[in-house]
Design a protein around this ligand. Structure first.
Ligand code: CDP
Length: 239
């Protein structure tokens, strides 16, 4: 049995509940949580607000490449214990979750130099292991040697409804159909791009959470963690 801290890579289609699950797992193990999608979203927000993406969604790749090294994305936890994404020091957590960013992010994320830039930052988070990271290519490209890889899935309708409710709670006016369309489009681009497409790593364990509660997901995980790594996620663990 392996012992000590491990890296847990969680990949899957959009809105499968990866980040909610990953955050709980990290908290319950006392690990760091890293949201790789937030980096792609922050870069997209930067590109969008600085004129590198036109109304049709075309990206000015040449000029974006010239400035990408000046982009700093960092994370901080606020007083409520929520993780916030900072772009060059400014909190953009709300802005990066909008449908406008969702509609452009996969075009930014398919650019090879963007992926190298993000991967460099993601790998620097793993110095001491003890890391839970979610995304599309964490188990295949970012940390191919991660000790545990999970591939999350859920039915399309369930995923779209979850994201729709999330956006509604934030006061966004997008319709269910718009959310569903974005989800389908992103899944298609993410799985068909040339560089590190979304694909299930051969050694990843699949978790279909279409009709599972979060407690059941954690129970499922503990059945893997305990015998293989002597680790257990405690849901009620204090901060
Ligand atoms: O929350 P949701 O699952 O909808 O997406 P996200 O994790 O915030 O990621 C947003 C987008 O970033 C994805 O649709 C991908 O285009 C891109 N992404 C990626 O290419 N590789 C990753 N490791 C993470 C995200």
């Amino acid at each position: 049995m392996a012992s000590g801290k491990i890296i847990i890579a969680i990949d899957g289609y959009s809105s499968t509940g990866k980040s909610t699950f990953a955050k709980l797992v990290a908290k319950g193990l006392g690990y760091i949580y890293a949201d790789s999608g937030a980096l792609y979203r922050a870069i997209t927000y930067f590109a969008y607000t600085n004129g590198f993406i036109d109304e049709k969604g075309n990206v000015d790749k040449e000029n974006l490449q010239k400035v990408i090294m000046n982009i700093t994305v960092s994370f901080r936890t606020n007083k409520k214990g929520e993780s916030r994404t900072l772009l060059n020091g400014t909190d953009v957590e709300r802005q990066i979750r909008t449908l406008t960013v969702s509609n452009n992010v996969s075009r930014i994320a398919e650019i090879p130099y963007v992926r190298s830039f993000v991967n460099m930052q993601l790998r620097s988070m793993a110095v001491d292991k003890g890391l839970v990271m979610d995304g599309r290519d964490i188990g295949t490209a970012v940390f191919p040697n991660a000790e545990l890889k999970i591939f999350m899935t859920a039915s399309e309708q369930v995923r779209a409804m979850r994201r729709f409710k999330e956006l509604q709670e934030k006061g966004e006016k997008d319709t269910f159909e718009q959310v569903l369309e974005n989800l389908r489009k992103r899944d298609y681009i993410d799985s068909h791009r040339e560089t590190d497409p979304l694909t299930r790593s051969k050694d990843a364990i699949e978790l279909d959470n279409s009709s599972m509660t979060m407690e059941e997901e954690i129970e499922w995980l503990n059945k893997i963690l305990l015998p293989n790594f002597n680790l257990k996620v405690e849901l009620d663990k204090e901060e």
